[in-house]
Design a protein around this ligand. Sequence first.
Ligand code: CTP
Ligand code: CA
Length: 237
Amino acid sequence: DAAPQGRGELSGRRVVVTAGGTREPLDPVRYLGNRSSGKQGYALARVAAERGADVVLVTTSSLPVPAGVRAVPVETALELEAAVTAEVGEADVVVMAAAVADFRPASYAEHKIKKTHGSGADGSPDESAPDIVLVRNPDVLAGLVAARGASASPVVVGFAAETGDASGSVLEHGRDKLARKGCDVLVVNEVGTDVTFGKDENTVHVLRRGSEDVLDVGPASKDAVAAAVWDVVTDLL
Ligand code: CTP
Ligand code: CA
């Protein structure tokens, strides 16, 4: 008797989704990057479009753009921040699924860094390894939370890729991060070199600000994870 679950639920809504790992260039041929494939972000964009939203996908990835989604290609954290700032104006929801680099090289070398860089005091080639100095990138998610101030819009969704460690479990790190970041929803996923990255399945824990409840999803397809995230977000709109 009913339409497929979620169909049309986001019609009239504007959403911005970020996806993929940023690449922070060192020189014309090298960058600092991470293992994010962008697949979960693309699934979030695809499901939102299927549910009727107007979707902008700010992406570092070259995966095929889902039907009905407008893609804005970016490479670095600074470009991603600029694109999100330009698109957030009328957004009802921003989903920060991108793996934004926390640091970037302090300087960009216009020419390829050579193995033998410069020369020693006596004119002989310098065989030492260069030090790469890093600087902090802006925290785009924290910027969105700060910019909306006391307003409830847009709903801001963060992602946290965690490995447990001596100071806490995956879930403990997730709860701390949700409190620290001040976003409305935090989707916590467990990562390691052999889980999640580039895979089509994902296992996540969805946390909501102001609630002790945890919604466990998966192992499930990234589309199924996306559907569960949009169900949670739709309740907040
Ligand atoms: N994020 C962001 N800008 C950054 C870093 C992260 O907007 N410079 C966003 C990510 O897109 C994600 C959320 O913040 O939605 C959490 O990212 P994460 O790397 O887990 O959090 P950090 O605060 O960077 O903490 P950590 O020290 O664990 O990396
Ligand atoms: Ca980080």
